[in-house]
Design a protein around this ligand. Structure first.
Ligand code: M6R
Length: 603
C-alpha cells in the first residue's frame, strides 16, 4: 500500500526524500510526489506514474531544502491521476500532507469542509487533512494544536506526515498504519518502512498507534494526542543497506530468488541440531506449548500457502489444525483456552491478517506472529513472535520469504508436536534435520542448473497454465500458480492433483502446460492425474528428483533428492524461475506488477 517518507535536518532534503521514495516504490507505484521546505517556501511536485517519471526531470528545479515529505501511491480512493497524487495541500498551499491508510469518516469531514467553503481538488480521502489543519490555523490555533485537533477528527487508519510553510518541522501521526522513525545526529527520518532510510541510518524507533511526532533539526518529541510525552526505545536494525539494493541484477525478484541459499541458512541458523536430534526456537522453551490443543493459521496470499504447508505437517503429526484465509476468518475460536492462532505474514502489516489476529486475541486465544519484519505491527501486537529471518524483500512477488516461512513453520511444527499431548513425533527427526541443514546447498544447485529459462521460451505462448501437486506439494502448486499469474498476467491455476478430474480437466486442451510436482512419497496420485491430462493433449512438465517419474513427462525440471517433506521447497525454486523467465520474455514489469502492492494495509 502507499509509502511515505519524511526527513528533517538532512543536508539535501529533496535528494533524501527522492532516495527514500525510490527505496519505497515497492509499496505503491501508480503516482508519487514530494513537498520540500526551503525555509520560507513549500514547493510541491507530484504526478501520476512511477517514481522515475517524477525524478526524470520533473523535479529538477526543486530547492535542496532542509525538510521534506514524499509519497508513493497505490490507489484506494480515486484513480491514479496527477490530482490524486500526494502530497495534498490546503487551499492556500501552506499545509502539505502525505498519508498512508484510509480515513473512514472522510465523506462526513469533506461535506463539513465544503459547507465551510473549502474547495477540493482530488477524489482522495487524504485531502480532508490539510483543509482541517488550515481551518484550525485560521481559527488561531498554533501549528502544533492545529495538527493535533485535525488528527483527533480522523477515524480509520493512517500514517501521516505534514509540513507547514515557513516551518522546518515535520509533524507525524500513526494509527493503524506503519510508521517508523530513523535517527542520525541532528537528522530525523519518518517512513512507512525501514528500507526507505536504511542508507542514512540503522537507528530506529517503531512508533505505536496514537503516537504524535514533532521533528526538527536536532530535536524530536513523541507524545500522545493530549501532548503527554511518550518514551520509545531506539532499536538498531541489522539489515544491510546492500541487501535492499538490486546489485548487478535486473530485477529484485531474481536477486531474491538467488539469495535463498543465504536467507534460508539464516532461517535455520542455531535452530536445528541433527545429531541430538532437536529443534530449538528462541523464546519457545520445551513445554511452552503444553496447553495448546489446536493450531489455527490465518494468512493471505503466499503466506496462506506457507500456512497450508505448516498445517499439513501438523495434521500428519495428529495435531488439530485449521487454516483460514485471513480475509475470511470469522473470529470464532470455539476453544480459546487451547487454541494458538498463528498469523503468518511477511510484512507484519497486512490489514486482513492483522484484523484476524486482533479478532482471535479478542476471542481469548493465544496469538503468535510468524513474520519477517522486526518491529512490525503484528510482531508487536501478537502475544509472541517468531521471525523467519529472510532479510528485506523488495519485489512485490514473495519468493525468499515463502521459503523461509515454510521452513520456520516446519520447525514450529516440530516444537508443537514435541509439546502437544497426543501428537505423534516423526521417527526420522535426525535424518529430516540433516536434509534440512543441506537444503541451502541444494537450492544453490537448483539455481546453478535450472533449465527453467529455456522451458519458459517453449511455453510462453499458451492460453493457460496449470500446477498440480498432492499433500505437501499442493500448497507449492498453489504458490506456483499465484506467482505465475501475478507477474506474467497469464491465466494460471493450482490444484490438488486428485481434484483435476473433478472439474478443471475440462479446461485442458492440446498444448496446455501442466506443471506436476513430485516428492518421491506421494507420487502415484499426481502421476495418474497428470497422465489423464496428458491423454487430453496437455504437456506435462514434471518437477522431480526421480528419473523414473520423469520418463512419462514431456519436459522435466530436475530437483536434488531430499526428504519428501522438504522437496516442495526445491520444486518451488524451479517454479519461481519459470514465472520469472516467462514474465521477462513477455516484457512484464516484474518487480511491480500492475494493480498490486507489496504490503496491503487496507482490508
Ligand atoms: O506481508 P504478508 O505476507 O502478510 O502479505 C500477504 C500477501 O499480500 C502476499 O503474500 C502476496 O500474496 C504476495 N506478495 C504474492 O507474491
Amino acid at each position: 500500500m502507499c509509502g511515505i517518507i519524511a526527513c528533517v535536518g538532512s543536508d539535501d532534503a529533496a535528494d533524501t526524500v527522492l532516495t527514500g521514495l525510490e527505496n519505497l516504490e515497492y509499496r505503491g507505484y501508480d503516482s508519487a510526489g514530494v513537498a520540500i521546505q526551503n525555509g520560507t517556501d513549500l514547493v510541491v511536485r507530484k504526478r501520476a506514474g512511477k517514481i522515475s517519471e517524477l525524478t526524470g526531470g520533473f523535479v529538477r528545479d526543486l530547492p535542496e531544502g532542509v525538510s521534506g515529505i514524499g509519497h508513493t501511491r497505490w490507489s484506494t480512493h480515486g484513480p491514479p491521476t496527477d490530482e490524486n497524487a500526494h502530497p495534498h495541500t490546503s487551499a492556500s498551499g501552506a499545509v502539505a500532507v502525505v498519508h498512508n491508510g484510509i480515513i473512514s469518516n472522510y465523506e462526513a469531514l469533506r461535506s463539513e469542509l465544503e459547507t465551510a467553503g473549502y474547495a477540493f481538488e482530488s477524489d482522495t480521502d487524504t485531502e480532508v487533512i490539510p483543509h482541517l489543519v488550515e481551518q484550525y490555523l485560521t481559527q488561531g490555533l498554533d501549528s502544533d494544536e492545529a495538527f493535533r485537533r485535525a488528527i483527533d477528527r480522523l477515524e480509520g487508519s493512517y500514517a501521516i506526515a505534514m509540513m507547514i510553510e515557513g516551518e522546518n518541522v515535520v509533524r507525524a501521526a500513526r494509527q493503524g498504519s506503519p510508521l517508523v522513525v530513523g535517527l542520525h545526529d541532528d537528522a530525523y527520518y519518518l517512513a512507512s518502512d525501514v528500507p526507505a532510510f536504511l542508507e542514512f541510518t540503522d537507528e530506529v524507533i517503531y512508533l505505536e498507534d496514537g503516537d504524535i511526532v514533532t521533528a526538527e533539526s536536532g530535536s524530536i518529541s513523541i507524545t500522545n494526542l493530549a501532548g503527554d510525552p511518550i518514551s520509545r526505545e531506539v532499536d538498531v536494525v541489522d539489515w544491510d543497506p546492500e541487501e535492499t539494493g538490486k546489485g548487478e541484477y535486473d530485477h529484485y525478484m531474481l536477486k531474491e530468488i538467488e539469495s535463498q541459499p543465504e536467507s534460508l541458512s539464516n532461517t535455520i541458523r542455531g535452530r536445528i541440531d541433527p545429531d541430538e536430534p532437536a529443534v530449538r526456537l528462541e523464546g519457545f522453551p520445551a513445554g511452552c506449548f503444553e496447553d495448546v490443543s489446536e493450531v489455527h493459521f490465518v494468512a493471505c496470499g503466499t503466506s496462506y500457502h506457507a500456512s497450508l504447508y505448516g498445517a499439513r505437517l501438523l495434521d500428519e503429526a495428529n495435531v488439530r489444525v485449521r487454516t483460514s484465509r485471513a480475509s475470511e476468518f470469522t473470529g470464532r475460536v470455539p476453544d480459546p483456552e487451547g487454541t494458538l492462532v498463528v498469523a503468518v505474514t511477511q510484512s507484519g502489516e497486512t490489514a486482513d491478517t492483522l484484523g484476524a489476529l486482533r479478532a482471535a486475541w479478542s476471542a481469548g486465544a493465544d496469538t503468535l506472529a510468524v513474520t519477517n519484519v522486526v518491529g512490525s505491527t503484528m510482531a508487536r501486537e501478537a502475544d509472541d513472535v517468531l521471525y523467519i529471518r529472510a532479510g528485506p524483500e523488495i519485489g512485490v512477488a514473495a519468493t525468499k520469504t515463502f521459503s523461509s516461512q515454510v521452513v520456520t513453520l516446519a520447525l514450529l511444527a516440530e516444537r508443537l508436536t514435541e509439546d502437544i499431548d497426543g501428537a505423534i513425533r516423526r521417527d526420522d527427526l535426525g535424518s529430516y534435520l540433516r536434509h534440512l541443514s543441506v537444503l541451502p546447498d541444494q537450492i544453490e544447485e537448483v539455481i546453478r542448473t535450472s533449465r527453467a529459462e529455456a522451458l519458459s521460451t517453449k511455453y510462453e505462448d499458451r492460453n493457460a497454465y496449470f500446477f498440480i501437486g498432492h499433500a505437501l506439494q499442493h500448497p507449492v502448486a498453489l504458490e506456483g500458480a499465484l506467482k505465475f499469474k501475478e507477474i506474467t498476467y497469464e491465466h494460471a491455476e493450482g490444484f490438488a492433483s486428485g481434484e483435476l478430474k473433478h472439474g478443471p480437466l475440462a479446461l485442458v486442451t492440446p498444448g496446455t502446460p501442466v506443471f506436476a510436482l513430485f516428492d518421491g512419497k506421494h507420487d502415484e496420485k499426481t502421476h495418474t492425474n497428470a497422465k489423464e491430462a496428458q491423454a487430453r493433449g496437455a504437456e506435462i512438465i514434471a518437477i522431480t528428483a526421480s528419473e523414473r517419474t520423469a520418463e512419462f513427462a514431456d519436459d522435466v525440471l530436475v530437483i536434488p533428492d531430499t526428504h519428501p517433506d522438504l522437496s516442495g521447497l526445491l520444486a518451488n525454486i524451479q517454479l519461481q524461475f519459470v514465472s520469472y523467465y516467462t514474465a521477462r520474455r513477455l516484457g512484464r514489469p516484474i518487480d511491480k506488477p500492475r494493480n498490486l502492492a507489496k504490503s496491503v494495509t487496507v482490508e
